[in-house]
Design a protein around this ligand. Structure first.
Ligand SMILES: [Zn+2]
Length: 155
């Protein structure tokens, strides 16, 4: 389809060039637009189609789905969808990369081993590099989080 379009366009462009350069410019713009539509590379996937893996080491009652990954072509960031069930928690841990977290649903606390702060639906959380962190579900419903991490720091 794309090849055929390219061929047709080059013929059209050759003719347009004879008419006037303004028309040629206009055609180039239109072609760029049509071409971009035909070459959609974005991926649209439902999170429920991604396997929910249990987080074992030091975690309680939580799962993680790696939504956007390097394997998919994401070179800079990974997006993970995390569920922490009532009474569950992530391990208290730290690392040299940051977390960017958005709370989609649920209530609980983010702790750093010394103090803790409440989180609820709509809160977003920036965990700076090297700060210990743990998410604990203190509510009655599942906490659902989106958590982004950079690939560059984790390699
Ligand atoms: Zn972490």
């Amino acid at each position: 389809m794309k090849k055929e379009l390219d061929l047709r366009f080059s013929k059209l462009l050759a003719r347009a060039n004879l008419w006037c350069p303004v028309r040629k410019e206009m055609l180039l713009n239109i072609f760029g637009y049509v071409s971009a539509i035909l070459m959609i590379n974005m991926k649209i996937i439902n999170y429920q189609d991604v396997e929910a893996k249990r987080v074992e080491e030091g975690a309680k009652n939580m799962t993680i789905r790696w939504l956007i990954t390097k394997e998919m072509g994401a070179e800079n960031f990974a997006m993970r969808y995390i569920e922490v069930n009532p009474g569950g928690s992530s391990p208290l841990h730290s690392h040299c990369w940051e977390h960017e977290i958005f709370t989609l649903e649920g209530e609980g606390v983010m702790a750093n081993g010394q103090e803790e702060k409440r989180i609820t639906k709509g809160d977003f959380i920036f965990v700076p590099p090297n700060e210990a962190h743990q998410c604990r579900n203190t509510g009655q419903t599942t906490i659902r989080l989106l958590c982004m991490i950079p690939y560059t720091q984790t390699q």
